[in-house]
Design a protein around this ligand. Sequence first.
Ligand SMILES: NC(=O)C1=CN([C@@H]2O[C@H](COP(=O)(O)OP(=O)(O)OC[C@H]3O[C@@H](n4cnc5c(N)ncnc54)[C@H](OP(=O)(O)O)[C@@H]3O)[C@@H](O)[C@H]2O)[C@@H](O)CC1
Ligand SMILES: Nc1ncnc2c1ncn2[C@@H]1O[C@H](COP(=O)(O)OP(=O)(O)OP(=O)(O)O)[C@@H](O)[C@H]1O
Ligand SMILES: [Mg+2]
Length: 373
Amino acid sequence: MLMKDGMNSRLLLDCAKSCILASSPVFRRQQFLIRCVEGSIDHPPHSRDMQALRSIEVDSESVIRAITPALDPTRHKGQAGNIAVIGGCREYTGAPYFAAISALKIGADLSHVFCTKNAAPVIKSYSPELIVHPVLEESYSVGEENKRSITSKVLAEVDKWMERFNCLVVGPGLGRDPFLLDCVSELVRHARQSNIPIVIDGDGLFLVTNNLDLVRGYPLAVLTPNVNEYKRLVQKVLSSEVNDVDAPKQLLSLAKKIGGVTILRKGNSDLVSDGDTVKSVSIYGSPRRCGGQGDILSGSVAVFLSWARQRMLAADSNSNLSCKNPTVLGCVAGSAILRKAASLAFLKKKRSTVTGDIIECLGQSLEDISPAS
Ligand SMILES: NC(=O)C1=CN([C@@H]2O[C@H](COP(=O)(O)OP(=O)(O)OC[C@H]3O[C@@H](n4cnc5c(N)ncnc54)[C@H](OP(=O)(O)O)[C@@H]3O)[C@@H](O)[C@H]2O)[C@@H](O)CC1
Ligand SMILES: Nc1ncnc2c1ncn2[C@@H]1O[C@H](COP(=O)(O)OP(=O)(O)OP(=O)(O)O)[C@@H](O)[C@H]1O
Ligand SMILES: [Mg+2]
């Protein structure tokens, strides 16, 4: 009977399946709430919790349909998105590749990677589709006396391109070398001066958590923390521990405290807040937790954010979406498409599903929601 008041039943069943696969007390509580909403438990004692769960779940498919641009023959290369990933070092070459190729597979026209010199040939060898710039340097390869001139060179190299990018993704596979992170801090400042949206993920969050002024008060910044990264952020900003019982409220105050940046807290349900509103995406994904899914998410968010921004800036924009913040819309759409792709990949590959399999399903998941023609 609770379905009648606007609940999306498929969405709830998706949500329930996801929770069944999880076993922590918090997930069991969510599962219980969903069964209450479905009506399979008669007199739920925590109706306020149920209402909270229902009120923040967003119709992510409508969001995707509203912001995905038509494939218009009058548009030229770059208009559907020109994305740059800043990441890739000695240890990690997979993460920046996953983020950058996902951006292309969602529908961006161009995808760049700015990485360290030795990571570049490896990343290039994964795909000829990516434009790879071997510009970053780590401490071990530079003498103390060269640091300043190398930083200027890196900034000049990236600045040549900066104005063309619709969004930067900073951090997948970036590593934590102090000199490299100093350089990247400067790049973030330059992007901010140029009003370019920035998605901060992975080691970019390590950098930003220790230097919050880089993003504080910048409405075009999106942070996409996983469990560890979120814990560090909460400890640093709120001087408290993660509160799983009142997760939306804590996320809201965290985003507010950093001056209205948008935060996508990844987990069983993905929660999104810009300090003003909280949305959740709980559609069924996959029980496989292979590394790299967060990288797909960051590349996807970058593209959808760019599309949402274009749509919101368009003079004829008359979308009736309840939320108009393009960073929130980008996060919701990115989360939903990753989850759909993960679910499709798991149907085919089961326990052997890896990140590449999910990337292969990105196109189909978007096509199912917003057909190309
Ligand atoms: N195929 C690939 O190339 C993939 C690469 N990936 C890339 O990996 C990077 C880290 O991301 P992740 O998700 O492993 O970080 P997270 O859960 O905070 O850490 C787990 C534990 O490890 C530790 N730790 C991490 N980095 C450290 C470092 N540099 N040096 C020392 N310690 C470090 C950390 O310790 P703590 O931070 O608590 O001190 C925690 O205990 C990031 O760039 C990501 O994009 C992933 O995207 C997956 C696919
Ligand atoms: N417990 C979970 N149950 C269901 N889905 C989850 C769970 N945790 C994460 N996910 C899904 O996986 C996506 C990536 O989250 P994850 O926590 O794996 O990021 P990450 O650790 O940054 O990944 P990466 O390995 O790329 O760095 C989330 O957006 C969400 O859709
Ligand atoms: Mg990650």
